[in-house]
Each structure stands twice: as C-alpha cells, then as structure tokens.
Design a protein around this ligand. Structure first.
Ligand code: SF4
Length: 209
C-alpha cells in the first residue's frame, strides 16, 4: 500500500491576551493526531502538527471552527507573535495586531518571515529581534525591519518609520514584503537581504524618506 504523505501545518490559538489554548482546542487538535504522534511547540507561539495529505482541508476547517489559525509551513510569513496585552486590548492595539496578522500571515516570501507585535515600548513580544517588528507607542506605531535572533550575526531590527497610523502601518508592511518578495533570493533572510539590497534602497522603494 502506498505510504500516505504527511503535511506539516502550523497551528496557533489566534491573537489574544497571551499565548493561551482552551481544552476544546486541545481536544480538536487530538482528533487529527495518532496517539504517539509528536507535536512540536515553536518559539513563535505555534504548534506544528503532521496531517495526512488527504485530510489537510477538513482538518484546517475543523481546527478553525474552534478558534485556531492554521498556516502552511515553509517560506511564508508566520502568524504575528504578540505580547500579552497586559494593559488591555484597546490600549495596546489588539485590533490592529489582529488586522495586521490577517493581512500578512501565510503570504509567500523568499524565506520564512517572523513578525512580532508589542503593545507598548516595554516590548515584551521581542519585536526588535524579529524580521518585522511593530511597537505601539502612545497612539502611533513604529515599524522595525531586519531583526534576527539566531546565528552569530544576530542583531536588532532597524527603525523604518515611526508615528504611523494603523492604515499606514498595514500599507508599509505590505510594501516591505513586496520589495522583499520581488528582490530577495531564495532562503535569504530579511536581515541578509537588507545588507545586500541596501537599507536606503529599501526605504526608497517603500516611499520612506
Ligand atoms: S509590551 Fe507592554 S502591553 Fe505588552 S505585555 Fe509587555 S508591558 Fe504589557
């Protein structure tokens, strides 16, 4: 009998007050896994599961019904990592984080992009050591690009623009991803791409002076 191809899926509990899951979600997750299947917890608030190829569609649908977000694994934008919004959803911009995630998560890019959002300058969600980092400061947003937590060339991201309104933030993140998608080399991280392409060239392409 032909072996069933297993497809990895990245599952996360959506954006809320911290990375929390409900028992209902855990039960739904168990439905698609054999007893001795291993699941992997990533540092990016995601659980990686392996699902038979012919069950991907139905598993995705069922997991989404209990509030999970399901993403492909590979060269895509990962779901937005967030802080715990300890000061409250509105104060810390949870709706903006949810909208940003909706717009970018799962988009195709040359190499996996890890975006992170944090509701105040305390930056608990570590936005400066991720590929794309957003910090809410009072009523506006700052966008950082090119942070990298791993490797001997680890570094913090560079401020691309501050004082952004929500719509400006969404548009600017879209533009950055578009420039990276069109000009980045296969498996070239954003940080490395910016080194090669040039931060000034990126700024020019996305319309930041
Ligand atoms: S970044 Fe700010 S709002 Fe978010 S958890 Fe930390 S202190 Fe709270």
């Amino acid at each position: 009998m032909a072996e069933v191809k297993m497809i990895p899926l990245a599952v996360n509990g959506g954006i809320g007050f911290g990375a929390k899951l409900t028992p209902k979600q855990l039960i739904a997750l168990g439905t698609y896994l054999d007893d001795d299947t291993e699941v992997e917890l990533t540092t990016f608030q995601q659980i990686i599961i392996q699902v038979p190829e012919n069950k991907v569609e139905v598993a995705t649908e069922e997991l989404e019904k209990v509030g999970f977000s399901v993403y492909k694994v590979g060269p895509y934008v990962k779901s937005l990592r967030t802080c715990g919004f300890c000061q409250g959803a509105e104060e810390e911009g949870m709706p903006i984080a949810i909208e940003l995630n909706k717009r970018i998560a799962g988009k195709s890019v040359p190499f996996t992009v890890r975006p992170a959002y944090t509701g105040c300058p305390n930056a608990c969600g570590e936005p400066l050591i991720n590929d794309i980092g957003v910090i809410k400061r009072k009523d506006h947003f700052e966008l950082y690009v090119g942070g990298q937590a791993v490797g001997t060339n680890a570094r913090t991201g560079v401020l691309l623009k501050d004082g952004l309104e929500p719509e400006e933030l969404y548009e600017l993140v879209d533009k950055v991803l578009e420039v990276y998608r069109n000009n980045g080399r296969k498996r070239e991280r954003i940080a490395k791409f910016i080194d090669r392409y040039g931060f000034d060239a990126l700024k020019k392409d996305v319309g930041v002076s």
